[in-house]
Ligand binder design. Structure first.
Ligand SMILES: NC(=O)c1ccc[n+]([C@@H]2O[C@H](COP(=O)([O-])OP(=O)(O)OC[C@H]3O[C@@H](n4cnc5c(N)ncnc54)[C@H](OP(=O)(O)O)[C@@H]3O)[C@@H](O)[C@H]2O)c1
Length: 163
């Protein structure tokens, strides 16, 4: 099973503030949807609460040490290992780690593929993606987008494969 992560981060690896995304970038949400659709997504309890609902068309797996109030379709498990074992049992070819900071920090060493949206700004973030050793990764694809009426910041989609 391929383990992939998808994240949008600023120039200082900032990914969140006040349990929300620090920006509104509709094209990044569309990109996230197109990349993850049909695949299981694994997230921490805080990210699930931030989303406020399961994301449709994907098996939603939430990691928490507690009971989480969630619809029956959402699978809540007590560890990252349990979450990955569960999705592997479903015959999954690729699972997406979708955050947040705690879950990215714990899974970075085992990721095969990394989709990063670089947001070309620095926000006052309170949650960060862990430091990435770029020598471990090779850039497979990238696509740059300028600011426009809907996008306050320029951003670049990048796909990295572990060397
Ligand atoms: N920019 C992006 O691409 C992106 C993507 C996703 C999220 N975010 C942002 O990231 C922020 C949330 O990240 P976060 O780091 O605060 O929280 P998080 O990683 O989403 O969730 C943390 C929670 O997950 C559970 N957890 C984590 N590790 C665990 C383990 N090993 N075993 C059992 N449970 C574990 C715990 O839940 P319990 O406390 O219930 O035990 C913990 O409190 C938000 O601001 C969100 O908007 C940004």
């Amino acid at each position: 099973m391929k383990i992939s992560a998808i994240v949008a981060m600023d120039s200082q690896n900032g990914i969140g503030v006040n349990n929300q995304l620090p920006w509104h970038l509709p094209n990044d949400l569309k990109f996230f949807k197109s990349v993850t659709m049909g695949k299981p997504i694994v997230m921490g309890r805080k990210t699930y609460e931030s989303l406020g609902r399961p994301l449709p068309g994907r098996l939603n797996v939430v990691i928490s040490s507690q009971q989480v109030a969630a619809p029956e379709s959402v699978v809540v498990l007590k560890s990252i290992e349990a979450a990955l074992a569960y999705v592997a049992q479903q015959g999954t070819e690729e699972v997406f780690i979708i955050g947040g900071g705690q879950i990215f920090a714990a899974t970075l060493p085992i990721l095969n593929t990394l989709y990063i949206t670089e947001v070309h700004t620095t926000v006052a973030a309170d949650i960060f993606f862990p430091e990435i050793s770029m020598e471990d990764w090779s850039l497979d694809w990238e696509e740059a987008h300028p600011t426009d009426e809907e996008h306050q910041f320029a951003y670049t989609f990048k796909k990295y494969l572990r060397k």
